[in-house]
Design a protein around this ligand. Sequence first.
Ligand code: AMP
Length: 427
Amino acid sequence: MQFSELGLSAQLLQAVAEQGYQSPTPIQAQAIPVILQGRDVLAGAQTGTGKTAGFTLPLLQLLQQQAIPQKPRPVRVLILTPTRELAMQVYESVKTYGKHLPFFAEAIFGGVSVLPQIQNLKRGTDIVIATPGRLLDLIQQKHLDLSRVEYLVLDEADRMLDMGFIRDIRKVIGFLPKKRQNLLFSATYAPEISQLAEQLLTNPVEISVAKRNAAAETVSQLVYGLKREYKRELLSYLIGNGNWQQVLIFVRTKHGADRLCKQLIQDGIRCAALHGDKSQGARVRALDAFKDGSITALVATDIAARGLDIDQLPHVVNYDLPQVAEDYVHRIGRTGRAGADGQAISLVDPEEAYLLAAIEKLLKREIPRVADTGYEKVSLDNVNSKPKPKPQQPRSAQRTRPGNHATSPGKQSTPARKSNYSRTNSR
Ligand code: AMP
């Protein structure tokens, strides 16, 4: 299948060619024609499948097919995203794919000054990409009129529901005209998504490019079972010994992200933390540094990392397992992107065994265990044990950390370490 067979305009085909895309991804091949036909769509697609171009290209084409309304231009496309990072990425995609077309787009999200956003909206814009909270503020303050929206996209709808945006979404929809085309993208199909789809979509075409609730096939997954106190040291060792150039590390809390990042820096690993307490500027800097290779590791919470568009990320580490099993699928969706291989490693302590069991239940398969982690063997079989409060790391252990794992794994707690960590076995 070629892009030229999808019915896209010359300007869009040119933009796609300039991106170097050879052929449409499966979600693009399926979604673009039906969106161009004006149908509502319910699409199951993770980040990394090319879903953004899958809805952006046909929407730009639909705008292009109509006469441009008089000034000030009304908003005709509204794209809702769960996070500001995703809003920015979608905005960049709209600019990239629409660069040969005469449309304006605006990104609206919280955490930054509202004034420039208000100024830009005054000039009139065709496409708004927004997180629900800031969008509602601007609607309610009458800075934004959505009464002429023709196309609504809910991107990563499952995450928006997880983040408690359902009421905001319903309110926003209340400001839209009844007659419009709706596109709903979601990585997973929780019952709430089906319910929302039923209310929002009219006779939708259903598209699914990944198996429901299945992790991306190109990602190899491994579990290292070990005591929590060794996690950081093993992580530093894996990064150094494997000469990893780019790794996204997930932790449960903002505080945990900051702490782990500091520790990795002590181990000689260039690192930044990404979480909700960071300013927008700090987040953008961290992400840019990660993308351009000036840092090796990005330590992030789930919410901060959601929807990050980082191409072909080779390594994802679950330093803490997610509390919600679906988040595991989202997390490892950062890697193995657009057909490239990726590796997702989970460092699991016995108290997280119940979380691992929930993930494997969702995936309907067992994730292979590394037989010899180089540390004291632990059992991950006690899935019914009640989680206890997380033990603090002993201070003495922090002081005796080895300097740089890139060359020297620590002596104290790595008695049986082997250099080959790729051996795995199933339980
Ligand atoms: P997304 O799933 O929308 O976040 O896109 C994931 C990545 O795939 C982005 O970096 C896109 O630039 C890239 N991409 C999108 N469409 C294609 C394509 N047809 N061929 C190759 N890469 C693509």
